[in-house]
Ligand binder design. Structure first.
Ligand code: SER
Length: 335
């Protein structure tokens, strides 16, 4: 009985190994802040040859470039279709987006890029070229009417930025393609992401990454948010693990087909200054809030991610102090 059970388990293990070995992952928007980290995370989990990077411009990260690169303008459906129609890719990660602060400076361009590229990928998935799609949403789906503390999955989504509006619309499109066409699209609402491999661009939460660079250069940091403006944040290692875990979860576990709330840690600029001061003596943050303060004030302070925990076993591994230490170590390792 026991031997038989072992044999069945062995065959099941072998079968899932063989299925995984046949899977190939393509990241569209691979040269961005998250794309670079995701490619490296996937190389470690699935192997360099199981991952292909795709973007308009090739990244100059030498680890990312161990995987094949394909040049692509994701706003052109014919180009997207040409690549996905080959049938080579089982999993698509569509990361292309203009973030919140840059989007406020270019609202129509932000809307066009965010929506057109997503709909192109969803259309190709509907045509049956790929097995599964990942598309990131954000804490930016929330607006001034959502509760600030431990904001729940299903509260008001009344964003005040074009980025947030595009994420709410994208979530509803994801659900629409799942319900009408059976497209297996999965999504999480990322908090502000903190990683050392590339500088972010155009986000409101990105002040935190800038603070690390100033701390290491022993320069005062001028922050564009108020000192007490707490925001949900996440270390890149957590974000990459969440992305790969939700993509590997059995289909029946994915009960939310808009996007899952995801929580890492939460801190304000003054709390970040305090944590950085433990490693960099005399580190000073000055405050000069601009239009991005209003964006930050419309977002939650912290997030309730119980659905992600219950449905596919999500658990964050990074507290604020662990995030700060890892980020500093990561930055020191590349200089
Ligand atoms: N990091 C994003 C931004 O600040 C929010 O998801 O725009």
């Amino acid at each position: 009985m026991c031997i038989q059970t072992d044999l069945i388990a062995h065959h099941k293990g072998l079968a899932s190994y063989l299925v995984a070995a046949m899977e190939k992952h393509i990241v569209i928007g691979a040269s961005g802040q998250l794309g670079i980290e995701l490619i490296i995370g996937m190389q470690a989990r699935y192997g360099v040859n199981a991952v292909v990077a795709c973007d308009i411009i090739k990244s100059n990260d030498k680890d990312v470039n161990k995987s094949e690169f394909i040049s692509l303008d994701a706003t052109d459906i014919n180009s997207v279709r040409k690549i996905l129609k080959t049938g080579e890719f089982t999993h698509v990660y569509h990361l292309v987006a203009m973030l919140s602060a840059k989007g406020e400076e270019n609202p129509i361009a932000g809307w066009d890029l965010n929506m057109k590229s997503l709909l192109n990928v969803l259309e190709c998935a509907k045509e049956g070229f790929v097995k599964r799609v990942f598309w990131p949403s954000s804490i930016a789906v929330f607006g001034p009417n959502a509760p600030k503390i431990k904001t729940s999955q299903d509260t008001f989504c009344d964003p005040t930025t074009v980025y947030g509006v595009s994420k709410v619309a994208g979530e509803l499109w994801a659900k629409y393609y799942f319900e009408h066409y059976g497209v297996d699209v999965r999504s999480v609402r990322y908090p502000g992401l903190i990683g050392h491999r590339s500088k972010p661009g155009g986000g409101t939460t990105d002040y935190a990454v800038e603070a690390f660079y100033c701390a290491l250069d022993s320069k005062p940091f001028v922050c564009y948010l108020d000192k007490d403006e707490a925001l949900p944040m996440m270390h890149m290692d957590d974000a990459v693990r969440a992305t790969l875990d939700i993509m590997e979860a059995p289909c029946e576990n994915i009960k939310t087909r808009t996007s899952y709330n995801l929580s890492g840690c939460s801190f304000s600029p003054s709390e970040l200054n305090y944590e950085l001061s433990k490693f960099v003596s005399n580190f000073i943050t000055e405050y000069n809030p601009d239009y991005r303060q209003k964006i930050a004030a419309s977002w939650p302070d912290s997030i309730d991610d119980s659905e992600a925990k219950n449905d596919w076993g999500w658990e964050s591994e990074f507290s604020t102090s662990k995030l700060v230490k890892h980020m500093l170590d990561g930055l020191k390792s590349i200089v």
